[in-house]
Design a protein around this ligand. Structure first.
Ligand SMILES: [Zn+2]
Length: 255
């Protein structure tokens, strides 16, 4: 898939007229309908005025093919982390509020379960085996002090996930490191969990986390992997290098 062409179809071409004539000549052609400028991203010649002009050093930074794909993947990861963080944070707040009302929860469970039983039997819900009821019982029997510790843990984990999500969305380098370190830290726990019970959701989350760590390490050159930080400088194209790249692109027909 040509990600540059897709990006241009979605957000429009990026044309630039450099002040340096020898550069301008290489990304400009005359057509029957006037001058056309070569798109710095996809290489198509676009008739009409260039999007911007100025010295070559001011040419906009352009993401090309695989960089655009990487941004789509990282934004998917960002949204996934953000939603997960929000759910865990809300869960933490709910658990914290429960520690003050364990007695009333106990009363409600004692009175509600016998009332729910006939209804549960009718719809085939085995209330005695219900994980949700089991979870409520665990909360009732846990000491308030432990519940506060669980709530703090959940809120902290939720905040880390939210921070990862926001940082990844804005492509912050620290967020890529944070995601790799925090996600790796939970992988032994996920393996431990999978050794006890295997569900499709757990396997999915586990595989996604492993892939996310490996993908970030490799494509973002973290911890010196795949050429390290120096390799990123080579990939980043702005100013004259963006124009040089456009010149090197195969000449496409006029759009
Ligand atoms: Zn284009």
């Amino acid at each position: 898939m040509d990600w540059s062409t897709r990006a241009c179809a979605r957000t429009g071409h990026v044309t630039f007229s450099p002040a340096e004539d020898h550069l301008a000549q290489q990304i400009r052609v005359s057509t029957p309908v006037g001058t056309a400028w070569k798109c710095l991203r996809c290489g198509v010649f676009v008739p009409g005025e260039p999007f911007a002009h100025g010295p070559a050093s001011e040419a906009p930074e352009i993401l090309h093919d695989h960089q655009i794909r990487d941004r789509v993947i990282i934004r998917f990861l960002a949204v996934e982390r953000f939603i997960r963080g929000l759910i865990v944070l809300v869960l933490g707040i709910v658990v914290y509020q429960l520690q003050g009302s364990q007695d009333s929860l106990q009363d409600r469970l004692t009175t509600s379960i016998p009332l729910l039983k006939p209804f549960a039997d009718q719809i085939g819900w085995n209330i005695n085996q219900s994980k949700f009821i089991h979870l409520l019982n665990v909360i009732v029997e846990t000491t308030p002090h432990t519940l506060v510790l669980i709530a703090i843990g959940l809120v902290a984990y939720g905040c880390v996930q939210l921070t990862e999500g926001i940082g990844l969305w804005y492509q912050m380098r620290w967020a890529e490191y944070l995601t790799v370190v925090a996600t790796s830290a939970f992988i032994p726990y996920e393996i431990y969990e999978l050794m006890h019970t295997v569900t499709l959701f757990k396997i999915g989350a586990f595989v996604l986390n492993i892939l996310a760590v490996l993908w970030l390490l490799w494509t973002k050159h973290l911890f010196g992997v795949n050429g390290g930080g120096a390799a990123i400088e080579v990939e980043s194209l702005r100013g004259q290098s963006a124009i040089d790249h456009a010149i090197s692109l195969r000449t496409a027909p006029v759009a």
